[in-house]
Design a protein around this ligand. Sequence first.
Ligand code: P5A
Length: 446
Amino acid sequence: MRLSRYFLPVLKENPAEAQIVSHRLMLRAGMIKQAQAGIYSWLPLGYKVLRNIETIVHEEQVRAGHIPMLMPTLQSADLWRESGRYDDYGEEMLRITDRHGRDMLYGPTNEELITDIFRSHVSSYRDLPLTLYHIQWKFRDEIRPRFGVMRGREFLMKDGYNFDVDKDSALHAYNRHMVSYLRTYERMGLQAIPMRADSGPIGGDNTHEFLVLAETGESEVFYDSAILDLKFGDRVVAYDSREECAEIVREWTTPYARTDETHDPALFDAIPEERRKTSRGIEVGQIFYFGTKYSEPLGATVQNAEGKAVPVHMGSHGIGVSRLLGAIIEASHDDKGIIWPEGVTPFHCGIVNLKQGDAEADTACETLYAALTAIGLEPLYDDRNERAGGKFATMDLIGLPWRITVGPRGLKNGVVELTSRRTGESEELTSELAVRKVAEIYGKTG
Ligand code: P5A
């Protein structure tokens, strides 16, 4: 993409309404624009990152054997009356009446709708296990929407639902989700710690939240610092293996890690003092096992191996897709702007032309642009007639992890400059080598 043709409405000033750094930087970098309280338009740069996050979520869900689909945002109130949650959900639910006077709602979650699909089509244990998921907008009429996309009213969620013949199989689905979530967040450059939590309006006693440590997080968390040493890495998981998934879950749930809702001071005090940590965290996901809470009232049963009709055991599993942008920025920024992890960056590499209009510099930039594009990378080429300082400031603000700077002085010596946004370190090298290095970083063959 050439910056002169892109739509990147960056703001010079700090927007007064933004109280936390991620909100400020998302507005300043031209990623989002508030449409109403807690409702945002996703401008091209923000939309690109949102899509990258979605792609990682999809890939990891499919890897775990879960099946993508799409349900609508608007749901019928009747289904929620069947489950008993229509009145329970309270004022967070946005209720709508259509022209025929039918009660509808903008879905805050989809347990009822997916259970309705299941009961219409599945009747035998032979069709299980089954996990269906989608990535769809949700609406919760939060009393205090704040911090930009962190606590929105309209927000994008990946929500998945498992259907199993008995509790043991459903607990395997729970473990499988925990494992796939660990991998998902790590690919986004995040350390998200699973913590024992409270289940709230979704229900059940088995639930973990995934928290990214950050001062601006809304949850208070207590943990054993030993958990920070755990890395998922590139281990290959046999997701169908109950033992393997259970073992990974054991690894991550053995060190103490809880939110204030489930905190147990006696257990916490048993941890060696130097490892006892209290902090704040951003909840980027939550998994639940709630057994037959929805399948019983909605009559979602299957015939088990003995030919008996039993209600299916279910769980639901959510990732805060739009919230993740905020969480990643909270975890990865400096005073100049965002620092995108390579896994989610909107463009792989910036190209800064220090002397636009200089034939040699223009040609070198075009050649770099073509070479990076040819190996499947997406560069953002700042081809505007701007001062170098302004170009650097924009690149730093929008946070591309790598920048190639091209200017007449370097070109005289046959070199360009490759700079890491994270470390600020630069090296001079030929254009070809710069392309090869960037290709290597992203695992492409240049
Ligand atoms: C699990 C999937 C559920 O709704 N039902 C379907 C279950 N869980 S949850 O914890 O309530 O939400 C899942 C994740 O969505 C994000 N989230 C939000 N993101 C932005 N703004 C909000 N107002 C908001 N509310 C929830 C969180 O990341 C949460 O973990």
